[in-house]
Design a protein around this ligand. Structure first.
Ligand code: FE
Ligand code: FE
Length: 168
């Protein structure tokens, strides 16, 4: 695809994040299954539902642009998920694995926060106020998830991971 204008770049990045969301949607059930900590598991499960809605918002935007909802392979998300998988395959204490899952998930959230912040700003610049509003909603959700993960890490998971070797 030729990038001749900000609008072209906007569409290109919409496709990237659309594919990124599809990738994380596939990875999340696996992450939930690996999580031991109850609150962490439900945070991942909850984020599946949230992500499905985020995918629908992107489809609404493609629709509004009169374009098919088509993704473009997001190499960034592919790399983040690959690193996460690598960690999940380590021989780790369950409490340490929970901390590692949070670390991987927060990298994903920060990647998405960067993508949606940029997209929201492009949408505003291009006069797509309705898109900007949808993208802002997603941006807020990714931010809230990031904060929730920090809170779970700091209030218990990291503490459990620190003392894991003494517990069994
Ligand atoms: Fe998302
Ligand atoms: Fe997310």
């Amino acid at each position: 695809m030729e990038l001749e204008s900000l609008r072209d770049l906007y569409v290109d990045e919409l496709r990237d994040v659309y594919n990124a969301e599809k990738q994380i949607l596939k990875a999340l059930p696996r992450m939930a299954k690996k999580a031991t900590h109850d609150e962490l598991r439900s945070a991942f499960e909850e984020h599946i539902t949230v992500t499905e809605e985020q995918v629908r918002r992107l489809e609404t935007i493609f629709d509004d642009l009169g374009m098919p909802s088509r993704g473009k392979k997001c190499l960034g998300m592919e790399g983040l998920i690959a690193e996460g998988k690598e960690m999940m395959n380590e021989d780790a204490e369950p409490e340490v694995l929970d901390a590692a899952l949070i670390s991987a998930a927060q990298r994903v959230e920060h990647y998405e926060i960067a993508a949606y912040g940029t997209l929201r700003t492009y949408a505003r610049q291009l006069g797509f106020e309705n898109h900007a509003e949808l993208l802002q909603r997603t941006l807020d959700e990714e931010g809230a998830t990031d904060k929730l993960l920090s809170q779970i890490a700091e209030s218990s998971v990291n503490l459990d991971a620190e003392s894991a070797e003494y517990m069994d």
